[in-house]
Design a protein around this ligand. Structure first.
Ligand SMILES: Cc1cc2nc3c(=O)[nH]c(=O)nc-3n(C[C@H](O)[C@H](O)[C@H](O)COP(=O)(O)O)c2cc1C
Length: 169
């Protein structure tokens, strides 16, 4: 699949087969995430790779919209460390770029994934911080649930010409 097809056919996948995601696949996902652009090339991201079944089952208590983690082989908590910033204030955008890269890599590799919300919901930030022992200087930003797809999503057509302004608003 070429890059444009990957981008245009990526959808959130929330149902997974029991097949594990291999160490090599996890490495590729994280390489894709860390290939993202970042302000001043500051790369302020940190990742917690989660395969422990009991821990994945607890994620739904922090965010009910992440309950699918209980039946997934893999979760990845994406965090930002503002103390690594060279250009202050950009860490969330940097981490969002890393998240999207990882989601697209998953699609390209035949995996399915969904971005579940953490930042800026304070209770969720605290919940993930406690569950994974994330240090105070680091902020949980998104929790990605990943596996081999057990559902097929049709590509979404979202191009909206009314949102496009040419040369000026
Ligand atoms: C910041 C953000 C937070 C999201 N949080 C959740 C979530 O908690 N649970 C969930 O199932 N999907 C979540 N999603 C996925 C969106 O629901 C999904 O991307 C959107 O409905 C568009 O569908 P698509 O990803 O299939 O194109 C989130 C997406 C983003 C970008």
């Amino acid at each position: 699949m070429d890059a444009l097809e990957c981008i245009l056919t990526r959808r959130s996948v929330r149902a997974y087969t029991p097949e594990p995601v291999t160490d090599a696949e996890i490495r590729t996902l994280l390489e894709a995430a860390m290939a993202a652009p970042s302000a001043c090339n500051q790369q302020p991201w940190e990742f917690v790779v989660v395969r422990d079944r009991e821990t994945l089952a607890k994620v739904g208590t922090i965010n009910p919209h992440a309950r699918m983690a209980a039946k997934a082989p893999l979760g990845i908590l994406v965090c930002g460390d503002a103390t690594l910033e060279k250009c202050p204030g950009f860490w969330v955008q940097d981490c969002a770029a890393a998240v999207e890269n990882l989601l697209l890599a998953a699609r390209a590799m035949g995996l399915g994934a969904v971005w579940t919300a953490v930042f800026p919901v304070e209770e969720r930030i605290a919940g993930y911080r406690a569950l994974f022992g994330v240090p105070e200087r680091v902020t949980p930003m998104a929790f990605l649930v990943v596996g081999h797809p057990a559902e097929e999503q049709k590509p979404a057509e979202r191009y909206n010409p009314q949102r496009v302004h040419r040369d000026a608003w």
